[in-house]
Design a protein around this ligand. Sequence first.
Ligand code: SF4
Length: 284
Amino acid sequence: MSSDYEALLNATIEQLQSLKRTGVQFIRIEADTLQTLAKPIPRKVTPMVTAREHQGEVVAAAPVAAFEMSREPLSAEEKEAAMTELRCRAMQCQKCPSLASTRKNVVFGTGNIHTELMFVGEAPGADEDAAGEPFVGKAGQLLTKIIQVMGYNREKVYIANILKCRPDTPGQLSGNRKPTADEMKTCLPYLLAQIQIIKPKAIVALGGTAVEGLFGKTAGIMKLRGNWQSFQNIPVMPTYHPAYLLRNQSISEKRKVWEDMLQVLEKLNQPISDKQRNYFLKAG
Ligand code: SF4
């Protein structure tokens, strides 16, 4: 992509995000412009030929980004360019025909790509599909609160899902379903590329499906939560999905998630106040 195109695209994305923050949900766009935007960007394709170990099975990563999976850290500019290109590819993705035909938006990810902390969830629900942003429904509001109590905010971390499109629920307007193993495998290269670009110092995996998407079949979230895992040499803290905390309001479950977040703060060498240490301790 030319730097002019990239600058224009970034400015457009920023402008749209700023409109969304002010409550704008729809904008008028000419049909011709829409068709032009939907066309692939003319570019030199550098196939990404890496493969990764996934629970003993080698899964070839799809050519989702025009950069090599480099072990060298990318410069800030290279990160911006790689993420912009990846986003463009995801926005046009049709790899899961049924999801592509039913989605309102591709929910790519949001936040700071220069962050040290990344949160990975399962898949967009109806609210996220409508907004084009991950974790904006009730569970998302709880996640936002957790992030704030940790001392960050949504603009300082990066939030993404294993699946970028809402799993379709034929005949239902509001229900959500778990992504299938095939859907997760098909979409995972986008998340892998996001992780490669961001190179966070820690990842929080929110819920059993996120853990399954990253590691394949595991012992399950009940057993894994609170215990550090490693994904491409990046520490991963599995914890409960915020939706679980909405269903199970017990203070002891909230404390478990909070203890996981304290471990994350310690891993990132973040200062922890007494107040932070003592949240939800009344549970006993
Ligand atoms: S879920 Fe992922 S792989 Fe499937 S269509 Fe959406 S972006 Fe493409």
